[in-house]
Ligand binder design. Structure first.
Ligand SMILES: Cc1cc2nc3c(=O)[nH]c(=O)nc-3n(C[C@H](O)[C@H](O)[C@H](O)COP(=O)(O)OP(=O)(O)OC[C@H]3O[C@@H](n4cnc5c(N)ncnc54)[C@H](O)[C@@H]3O)c2cc1C
Length: 384
């Protein structure tokens, strides 16, 4: 098994080097239409190469990898902005597939999951709302779904919904009588409106980040995903694997930034010495390797526990905080080592850093995770 994962990883690396990285270009980073076309083309190549959908069970055309193997493959794919989307294991589609696998009924799987798996359609996940709605605190959810004449009427306002531009459906979290409920809403529904694609500092987000309004959006009972009232529980269950998958991909991204910075330091001279011979530069490189090594170990530990069916509530929060901050430090040092070149779009390093910054905010802000960890530590008297 170990051998075959190593071989699979080598194939993913080859794909990333030969297809994904050569398809990157700065003008693509914010061009959602072209990005879609490029990703669709790459998905075909990935399918041919037998590396498509590592997270899905074989009966859904996936590779059926466990979490430990996924840690390897997602890191490798994550070296390129286009690697994970090409393997169809990028958010929001990847966690949406997991939601549909876990909670979708047969008809929902047929209608939404299968075309999503095949890469024929895209999706988004709509939970966050502009103030005063749900952000870090999901209990502030203001989007409602009211029962009227045997239908559900959804009203609300969402934003920063990744993948929303040209998505075929959204999984929407709305307040219902008994808590919150997840609904699958077709974006062709007349009550669903994409207001805009929100411009931001990151790039290469397939489908951008949408602002969405639901105005008397009528859906039937068959739009309910799982059970009514279980929306918060499903959202929570989705977040743990989602944030760990992000950690895996971004370890790949940050290590690529440092690879490029090391190449620069090995050649660039200053005051008669290579940058690589200067102790302050050496310290930045060494600290980055320490950050990446520690990140990998934390992710692998979580992956091992998830494969064993153990809870990673506490560990995944610690891992998300550490990795999101560590990969940011690594990318920041890469920029610093490369001077002006690190700021430019002439190399991917600048975009890698911009892309890593929001990771300290989404999937739970670092402050929120620290507060929750500390509360649990004192509540249960956890030993350090
Ligand atoms: C690139 C990106 C992609 C995203 N994609 C999606 C998506 O696809 N779907 C979706 O539904 N949402 C998405 N989001 C939204 C994301 O989930 C929210 O940004 C996140 O939950 C934080 O909510 P907020 O932005 O409203 O920040 P707020 O809740 O306003 O918090 C702002 C800041 O306050 C601090 N803070 C908040 N609470 C606490 C606390 N308890 N203790 C200490 N400090 C605290 C933190 O520093 C936090 O960053 C995305 C966001 C980004 C940036």
């Amino acid at each position: 098994m170990q051998d075959s994962i190593a071989q699979l990883r080598a194939r993913v690396r080859q794909f990333v080097e030969q297809h994904a990285i050569p398809s990157e270009e700065p003008s693509l980073a914010h061009d959602v239409q072209r990005l879609d076309a490029v990703v669709r083309r790459l998905q075909g190549v990935a399918r041919e190469a037998g590396i498509y959908a590592p997270h899905l069970p074989p009966e859904y055309g996936g590779l059926g990898l466990d979490w430990q193997a996924r840690a390897e493959i997602l890191e490798e794919a994550g070296r390129s902005f286009l690697g994970a989307p090409a393997l169809n294991c990028a958010p929001p589609d990847q966690p949406n597939m997991i939601n549909l696998l876990r909670h979708g009924n047969a008809a929902q799987r047929e209608r939404y999951l299968l075309p999503l798996v095949r890469g024929e359609i895209r999706s988004c996940f709509a939970m966050t709302e502009p103030a005063p709605g749900a952000g870090s605190d999901p209990s502030m959810l203001r989007t409602t779904a009211e029962r009227q004449h045997g239908k559900w009427i959804i009203n609300g306002h969402k934003w920063f919904i990744s993948g929303a531009v040209d998505a075929a459906f959204a999984i929407v979290l709305a307040r219902t009588d008994t808590g919150a409920t997840m609904f699958i809403v077709d974006t062709s529904n007349p009550g669903y409106r994409l207001v805009r694609n929100i411009a931001g500092m990151d790039g290469y987000q397939v489908g951008g980040h949408g602002e969405i309004v639901f105005e008397n959006c009528v859906v039937d009972d068959d739009a309910v995903l799982g059970e009514v009232g279980q929306g918060f529980a499903y959202a929570q269950a989705r977040l743990e694997p989602a944030r760990l998958s992000h950690c895996m991909r971004f370890i790949g991204r940050a290590s690529r930034a440092m690879e490029i910075a090391q190449q620069y330091a090995a050649q660039r001279e200053s005051f008669g010495q290579r940058l690589a011979d200067l102790q302050q530069v050496q310290a930045m490189v060494a600290d980055s390797h320490i950050d990446l090594h520690a990140s990998r170990l934390m992710v692998r530990d979580c992956a091992r526990k998830m494969d064993a069916g153990e809870s990673v509530k506490h560990d995944s929060a610690m891992t998300k905080i550490f990795v999101s901050e560590a990969v940011w430090r690594v990318a920041d040092r890469a920029v610093q080592i490369m001077g002006a070149l690190g700021i430019s779009d002439d190399t991917p390093v600048s975009m890698i850093q911009r892309e890593l910054r929001p990771f300290r905010i989404y999937d739970g802000a670092s402050e929120l995770h620290r507060a929750t960890l500390a509360r649990r530590i004192f509540q249960y008297g956890l030993r350090p």
